[in-house]
Ligand binder design. Structure first.
Ligand code: BT5
Length: 327
């Protein structure tokens, strides 16, 4: 009901709406309207109330709740259901629990803060409060297991397109990082639950350093991590970015389900931070120098080593770094 009142106020932006009009519209008492308005104020909404004129929404807080994201969302099912947490361990872990209970396809789990944010292979992902986008999408794709790693690239391409819609240029460091000026602003963690050749669910986790400050990064990742705010000298509107990512994701994910991967591939190739560059391929602690030649149609990275040998690298089996630094 509180969400309905908020929606009503948002639909009547810049206008006063009377308590009576809200109470008629939603079939609740005026006392109830007043109670919910007070609750919204506690959440950070600024609502002006003037007797005989009514209520007007003056300000919405910078939170990633369903109501805030809906304004810019135009998907059929991706992000239509949003589970918003003020704080939680990890959105991927929560999303997997919800997926095991068959929560609806496309549900997005979003946390303002993660206390146990996760990277690949049990690594940590720092996720300070209100500073970033920490989000996981629940999916039930009917595809071969070997196809699932492509969803990481669908997500990376969606982030690139969404940022580009906001005028921000970023690059993909194959397979799961987005970088700006050679430093990481986003990491993607795709996890799968399945048995034999049947996928139960896939959770794709996207972590974006939107408005982190230099001091939000612990010493050990200061050299590899950055935020969009630091690189662009500008605060980013997190709720718009979330909606844009979900919008882009649905388009490219639908194509992927229809075995059309070319658009994603094109975005990944054209915005690659590695293509044509000298790279270090790190496998079991051993480094080999090579050059990134291409991203193949199935999403594998094609690398040519100094001895002339060419290898297709499947995501996840190795780490890829730039010659001197992270990229
Ligand atoms: C990733 O792992 O890059 C995947 C990160 C996925 C995070 C999202 S947030 C929403 C969802 N819920 C989760 O719990 N996770 C997902 P990997 O490639 O393994 O990189 C991890 C490494 O990046 C760490 O070992 C650090 O060196 C570095 N790192 C940690 N936090 C970072 C941050 N906020 N920004 C940049 N680098 C970071």
């Amino acid at each position: 009901m509180k969400d309905d009142i908020l929606r009503y106020l948002k639909n009547n932006k810049n206008k006063y709406v009377s308590g009576q009009a809200i109470s008629n519209e939603l079939s609740i008492t005026r006392a109830c309207v007043w109670k919910y308005i007070k609750e919204l104020e506690v959440e950070g909404y600024k609502i002006e109330g003037i007797s005989r004129k009514g209520y007007k929404l003056l300000y919405s807080p910078d939170i990633l709740s369903r109501e805030e994201i809906y304004e810019n969302l135009n998907t059929k099912y991706i992000g239509k259901n949003i589970m918003h947490f003020d704080s939680l361990g990890s959105t991927n872990v929560e999303a997997k629990l919800l997926a095991a209970k068959n929560i609806e396809n496309g549900t997005a789990v979003i946390g303002e803060e993660q206390t146990l944010g996760r990277g690949r292979l049990g690594r940590k992902w720092i996720s300070p409060k209100y500073k970033g986008i920490w989000m996981s999408i629940v999916l039930y794709p009917e595809v071969e297991m070997s196809e699932v790693s492509k969803i990481t690239q669908v997500a990376a391409a969606s982030v690139i397109n969404a940022l580009s819609n906001l005028g921000i240029k970023a690059e993909i460091k194959w397979p799961n990082d987005i970088v700006i000026n050679s430093k990481k602003v986003c990491g993607i963690l795709t996890e799968l639950s399945g048995e034999l050749n049947k996928i139960n669910h896939v959770v794709v986790g996207i972590g974006i350093n939107a408005n982190l400050e230099q001091e939000d990064f612990p010493e050990e990742i200061k050299n590899i991590g950055t935020s969009i705010k630091i690189e662009n000298n500008n605060e980013i509107n997190r709720k718009v970015l979330v909606a844009y990512i979900l919008n882009e994701f649905e388009i490219l994910y639908e194509e992927f389900l229809n075995h059309e991967f070319l658009n994603t591939l094109k975005i990944c190739r054209e915005n690659s931070a590695l293509m044509g560059k000298k790279i270090r391929v790190i496998r079991n602690g051993q480094e080999i120098l090579g050059e990134a030649l291409d991203i193949e149609e199935d999403g594998a990275l094609l690398v040519k080593y100094e001895d002339g040998k060419i290898e297709r690298i499947i995501s996840g089996e190795v780490s890829v770094r730039g010659l001197l630094g992270y990229v």
